[in-house]
Design a protein around this ligand. Sequence first.
Ligand code: SAH
Ligand code: SF4
Length: 421
Amino acid sequence: MNIYDSEKIITILENKGLKQNEDIENADLIVFNTCNIRDKAAHKLYSDIGRVNKYKKEKTIAVVGCVAQAESYEMFNKNKSIDIILGPQSYHLLPQMIDDLKLKPKQVNTDFIINEKFDYLAEQKRKQGISSYLTIQEGCDKFCSFCVVPYTRGPEYSRPLQSLVDEVSSLTENGAREIVLLGQNVNAFNISHNGRKITIADLIEEISKNKNVKRIRYTTSHPINMRDDLIKLHSTNDKLMPFLHLPVQSGSSKILKKMNRKYDTDFYLKIIDKLKAVNPEIEISSDFIIGYPGETESDFKQTLDLVDKIKFTQSFSFIYSSRPGTKSALEIDKTPLHIKKERLSILQEKLKDIQFEFNKNFIRKNVDVLIENQSSSNPEYFFGRTPFMQSVYIKAQKITPGEVKTVNILTCNHKNLYASC
Ligand code: SAH
Ligand code: SF4
């Protein structure tokens, strides 16, 4: 989502007449788009600001995103060179705030004016790649005990249908062939249109009508919002890819309850069974939090068992990070860091092995790859993705980005597939 937001911010600023400058030394304005989900990212920000400070005296520094939302005015005390602090739900105000610096040297806005933001952004034409993100939903009402998102991004909000359909048309006119629907809980998308309730499944059907859209994905989904209409669509809609990011966080129902995830492992397994029943091809990826307060060796073992059962083909896993203001920040955490690190590395090794085994299945087989680009450093190579999100590097004379090409896989490692055609 931050990549999508950064692209939008670039577009807004370009429409104001600014030019993107890859060279930090000469930039007049530096925008830090920040993530507050774990402690490390938030801390890194201050060392990053320190690093760019030496380049140029006369420049403006804006900090936008979730750290700005969470820390607000406090940031001015931590670093004197910050000029603008702007939360993620009002960054359409950035051009005005830059102008207002002439009147008042320090500017702050952390309001939740999300519908106004999307109205404004919908008018800003955005250039994107073959695979393009489209935010359809933002915010979260679920309040998992460890998570800052409900506080930094605000309550769940879904964008109106017409503005989404229009944005898809604009993206495909600019070359997009894959649309990745985005949201903190993307499958909680829910709007009323002409008196009818529209779910994410209805939206996917609507977007499929656009002839230029070849592939559709959605991320990130919450297990409790995996409704039957969406599950069924995985068997009936050819444009919907057979790959789903469905974070489980832990394999222990005891920990899931403490996390306030609102499901247990049985519930999660049933969803996977339902998905496999409608489409046996479907592959799953997940997020894991290791070392949540109170996680015992046995809880961790249950996470490993779940991984063995589901065989997630890609995943993100991190050590629990205590975030100020969340419920779990008050919990007593007795597990030493070295144990958490050990558990994380055991889990990551297992996930890596499963991913490698999965990739090996493709060797000497044909697979459909949506070609995204040609390597700029080595023009003989093209990059694309399989339906299961695997990265494929293809040696070829000429392929046009945007094409879905059937290629024969020669070799692989745990991260990538390699092909020629
Ligand atoms: N809404 C999605 C996830 C959004 S946050 C869901 O509920 O699945 C993205 C990921 O960051 C989460 O899945 C979680 O694994 C991780 N995360 C969030 N807060 C964290 C914390 N305090 N410590 C470690 N990881 C965290
Ligand atoms: Fe955070 Fe996701 Fe839980 Fe919402 S559902 S609080 S975004 S982890």
